[in-house]
Each structure stands twice: as structure tokens, then as C-alpha cells.
Write a protein that binds this ligand. Structure first.
Ligand SMILES: *Cc1c(COP(=O)(O)O)cnc(C)c1O
Length: 391
């Protein structure tokens, strides 16, 4: 489908465009510097140099050693690798069979946990959340067992924007000697991902959520964490993830991560007032509307709502026609009227959860775009409710 010039993109939590500065860094590695990082000759050495430089950039901002950074094909692979790699290693090493995951994880974690249960017999326990979708440290502490293999709690939620108390949860896991993973794919765009401060053993990030390329990500694995590789073959990534390196994308990931870290304070300063203005206007103008997720502990560019008795899918379609690209927040596709599990886990009733809307801003979003959006939304919601009552 053709994208018109007038279209306003407010779905930066789904993906972001590649920053031109990032693209520029990537380009030589498609052509002139195309070497295989494993080759001994200068072509290989030049690619290898770019690879290790990228690893150092990530290590600097993650506050870890370069050897603890593993490159992957994106957030989904990093999440899979963390959960599977550690669960199988813990089972092998100490017969651990228990996996603790929050009930607000991205499908890359929740579906993986479900499969580890269904096909591999792991005992998966879901940590409940409060009405803001937040995981409380006590809820983790009371569920850790001697046979717990891994705990996984999302840093900032993609659907509802809530930021979890990762530092505190990490301390509990460390005291109890359990590996702790956080999915920071959404968080990394706006929050520091400092593994020492966060007390984490594994962290997933993905480049396309912070103006890097799709299909590039990384997994931090703290030295000494028991881990079994899931992809075997060559000795890339110290044998922890085989396969010829995707050098241009890795370079793009590291440049995008560098910029996200260096420009964080400006990006936060730009995003927060837009978010707050949007939330204020929508809650004031639209009857039977609620913010979903946490009112304060939320991503600075993330506004998410539920509207009672509104069909979320037709809402998105109507907004698309009016020139706004937004999301319901969940991966739910048109035609599937099921409310999101994340919203239900916060205790929302079905008639509310079905009418969800996520508006996420980016570095190019202007106050004018937010004003236009806020001014057309009330009419669209009203019409949606009227049509729904008639059908
Ligand atoms: C986007 C996202 C993922 C998946 O990352 P990909 O790079 O798209 O595979 C995982 N977790 C969260 C929280 C995300 O927002």
C-alpha cells in the first residue's frame, strides 16, 4: 500500500525508521567491506574490526565486558535464547525445572515459556501484576524456589508502557542465586540499560525500536551464567551463537544504540510533554476513557488507553483512513476480536479491554501532530460507539 505524504506515524513502539546517520555507517559493509568476520585476510580483518568495535560500543553503554555481549537477529531471538539457553543449562546443571515469568511479557517470552512447558516439561509459573501492569518484587520473592532455573520480567512493557522495578527484582534474584533476564527491547529507546545498576544477568535489546535496522539485536549474558547455545555450527560469538555475522546490521545496531544513549536526555525531553498533553486531552475529552498502564512509571513516549464499548480494530481502521498510523498495542490482527492478555491481566473487564489504543511518539513527532490527533479522536470514538450499539 502506498503511504501518503499526509500520513502521521504515531506507532514508534512497533518500529522506527532507520536514522540516516545509522544507515550511513552501515552502507560500506554491504559492498566495499563485505568480508566474513571469520576470514584471516584483510577483508575478514576489516569486518572483524567493525564487529568488535560494535561489541565495545554496546559493552560501554550496557556497563559490561565486550565478551558478555552476543549479537542476534533481533529482540525475539534474544528473548528466545535467554529463556531457552538458561532453562536447559539449569536443568542440565542442577535439575532445575521451574521457570518464573511475568504475566505481561512480550510473546517472544510468553510463547517461548509456553512451549518450554508443553514440549519440554518445564514448570512455568506466571507472576501476577497490579492494575497498572506492574510486577512487584514481593510477588517474585514469594515464588522463587530452589529449583527455579530463570526469572524473566519485562523492563518496559510494549503495550501499556509500564516500567518495572528491575533493580529490586534483580537484587532478590541475586540473593537467591537465580538467573534474572529482562526484556529491554522497548525500554532501550528511552531508559538506560545499565546491567550493573539493574542487577540483571541477561538483557535483550533490538535495534529497530531505537532507529536501527530490523533484524538486529543483542543479548547480554553475565559471565558465569550457565547457558546452552541454541544454534550450533561455527565458533562465532565464542560458540554461543553460530552463523556468519550480519556485519552491516551489527554496525547499525551499535551506532543506533550509541545515539540512543548519547541523545537520551534530549529525546526524553522532547517526548514527555507530547505524551502528557495527549493523555490529558484524551482523558478529558472522551467519556468512559482510561489510561492503561502506569500513570507515572511509564515510557516517556508512550500513551495507551482503553475506551469502554469501543471496537478497537475498527477504531484503528478509522484512524488509518483519517491519516493516523496507531496501534491497539497488542499483536492482535484485524478480524481477531480477542482482548489482549496483557490488559486482562491488569484486571480490566472485557468491554474495556477490547477498545484499546496505543499512541507512541518518536523523534520526529510534533506538537501539531498531537493536537490534530487529539482533536479528531473524540468524534471517531463517538461514531464507533454509535455503530456498535446499532449492530
Ligand atoms: C519489539 C519487541 C520484541 C521483539 O523484537 P524484534 O526485534 O521485533 O524481534 C520483544 N520484546 C519487546 C518488549 C518488544 O517491544
Amino acid at each position: 500500500m502506498h503511504i501518503s505524504r499526509e500520513m502521521v506515524y504515531l506507532d514508534f513502539a512497533a518500529t522506527t525508521p532507520v536514522d540516516p546517520r545509522v544507515l550511513e555507517k552501515m552502507l560500506p559493509f554491504f559492498s566495499k567491506e563485505f568480508g566474513n568476520t571469520s576470514s584471516i585476510h584483510p577483508y575478514g580483518q576489516s569486518a572483524e574490526g567493525a564487529l568488535e568495535n560494535s561489541r565495545e560500543i554496546l559493552a560501554e553503554y550496557l556497563d559490561c565486558n565486550p565478551g558478555e555481549v552476543l549479537f542476534t537477529s533481533g529482540g525475539t531471538e534474544s528473548d528466545n535464547l535467554a529463556l531457552r539457553g538458561v532453562a536447559f543449562a539449569a536443568r542440565q546443571k542442577k535439575n532445575a525445572n521451574h521457570i518464573l515469568v511475568s504475566s505481561v511479557e512480550h510473546p517472544a517470552i510468553s510463547k517461548t515459556a509456553q512451549q518450554l512447558h508443553a514440549l519440554f516439561g518445564f514448570d512455568v509459573e506466571w507472576i501476577p501484576v497490579d492494575r497498572f501492569g506492574m510486577v512487584h518484587p514481593e510477588a517474585v520473592a514469594s515464588r522463587i524456589r530452589p529449583e527455579t532455573a530463570i526469572v524473566s520480567v519485562i523492563y518496559a512493557n510494549n503495550e501499556i508502557g509500564t516500567i518495572n522495578p528491575i533493580e529490586e527484582i534483580g537484587l532478590i534474584c541475586r540473593e537467591r542465586g537465580v538467573a534474572f533476564h529482562t526484556d529491554a527491547v522497548q525500554a532501550a529507546a528511552y531508559l538506560p540499560v545499565d546491567v550493573e545498576r539493574l542487577n540483571v544477568d541477561l538483557v535483550s535489546i533490538g535495534a529497530h525500536k531505537f532507529y536501527g535496522p530490523k533484524g538486529a539485536g543483542a543479548l547480554y549474558i553475565r559471565k558465569g551464567t550457565p547457558f546452552i547455545p541454541m544454534q550450533t555450527g561455527g565458533s562465532q560469538e565464542s560458540g554461543r551463537r553460530a552463523g556468519t555475522h550480519n556485519t552491516p546490521y551489527i554496525v547499525g545496531l551499535s551506532e543506533a544504540f550509541l545515539l540512543a544513549n548519547e541523545e537520551r536526555s534530549e529525546r526524553v525531553k522532547q517526548a514527555r510533554p507530547l505524551r502528557d498533553e495527549l493523555i490529558g486531552m484524551i482523558l478529558e475529552e472522551i467519556p468512559e476513557s482510561q489510561l492503561s498502564g502506569h500513570p507515572e512509571e511509564r515510557l516517556p513516549n508512550h500513551a495507551s488507553f482503553v475506551f469502554k464499548n469501543v471496537d478497537g480494530n475498527s477504531l484503528l481502521t478509522d484512524l488509518g483512513i483519517r491519516g493516523f498510523a496507531v496501534s491497539s498495542g497488542s499483536a492482535c490482527k484485524t478480524g481477531n476480536p480477542e482482548p489482549s492478555e496483557i490488559l486482562l491481566s491488569t484486571g480490566l473487564e472485557r468491554e474495556w479491554a477490547i477498545g484499546s489504543l496505543r499512541v507512541t511518539t518518536g523523534v520526529s513527532t510534533t506538537p501539531d501532530q498531537i493536537n490534530k490527533f487529539s482533536s479528531i479522536l473524540p468524534g471517531i470514538i463517538e461514531r464507533n460507539r454509535t455503530l456498535r450499539r446499532q449492530s
